[in-house]
Ligand binder design. Structure first.
Ligand code: MN
Length: 238
């Protein structure tokens, strides 16, 4: 059993190179795995499944190609693409996951999260997250026109940029206690997440491990998990 994990590609029209890199990844590397987990922020913005930008259509098709070829694909929402829904799942063949789930790897159980919920020192962001993840709020947004939602997405992105520019990097990283608590509640010695854009394999106490996936920019990243263990892999995008 070979399982791959990716996150934080932040696909959008201004970065066709990332879309190409993902399609290349889905059509080659991912063809040899049994399962692919996308742990959030596949898209820089997502305003609802009823509006899929033309330049992202090939991504939908490539995901469908991979799932049709027999690879199971799973999708966890990030803080950018929290409006990905059932229609997207039907089009691509992916299965939508809850915010925090445990899966079995050869090395034992692993807890999977996007990771933003672990950044508990950033109180302002956590308040916003509650709103963005509220089903009633999401439903109200989905009833707005495409123009209104595009404007909202732009505003959220600008707010996020100014927010991150004014916060210390420590506040925007995961909180160690939140990590310990999440892992002990889930009875897992391995946590895999994205979001922080700080790819690393952290050895924690008591043999616990926290693997952080990387964002795709000039490099792409994936985690390869098999009977041989877990390997975090970086590759060049061009
Ligand atoms: Mn994120």
């Amino acid at each position: 059993m070979r399982i791959l994990f990716i996150s934080d590609l932040h696909l959008y029209s201004a970065r066709p190179d990332l879309t190409r890199a993902l399609i290349g990844f889905l059509d080659s590397t991912a063809q040899t795995c049994d399962q692919l987990y996308i742990l959030g922020d596949l898209f820089e913005a997502w305003i609802g499944d009823d509006f899929i930008a033309d330049d992202l259509q090939p991504v939908i098709t490539a995901l469908r190609r991979l799932s049709d070829s027999g690879c199971e694909i799973f999708f966890q929402h990030g803080n950018r693409d929290f409006l990905v829904g059932e229609r997207f799942a039907q089009l691509t063949g992916v299965t939508l996951l809850d915010d925090a789930i445990v899966i079995q790897l050869a090395s034992g159980p692993a807890l999977l999260m996007h990771g933003d919920q672990l950044c508990t020192d950033d109180h302002e962001y956590q308040a916003l997250r509650q709103q963005l993840r509220d089903p009633q709020w999401q439903q109200a947004v989905l009833e707005q026109s495409v123009e209104e939602r595009l404007a909202m997405a732009k505003q959220l992105r600008m707010a996020s940029e100014s927010h991150t520019a004014n916060k210390s990097t420590q506040i925007m990283d995961v909180n160690p206690q939140a990590v310990t608590q999440a892992m002990s509640e889930a009875h897992c010695k391995l946590l895999i997440h994205g979001h922080t854009h700080r790819p690393a394999v952290h050895q924690l106490k008591d043999g616990q491990q926290r693997i952080v996936l990387g964002d795709w920019d000039t490099s792409g990243w994936y985690l390869d998990a098999s009977e041989q263990g877990e390997k975090l892999i970086e590759f060049s995008i061009n």
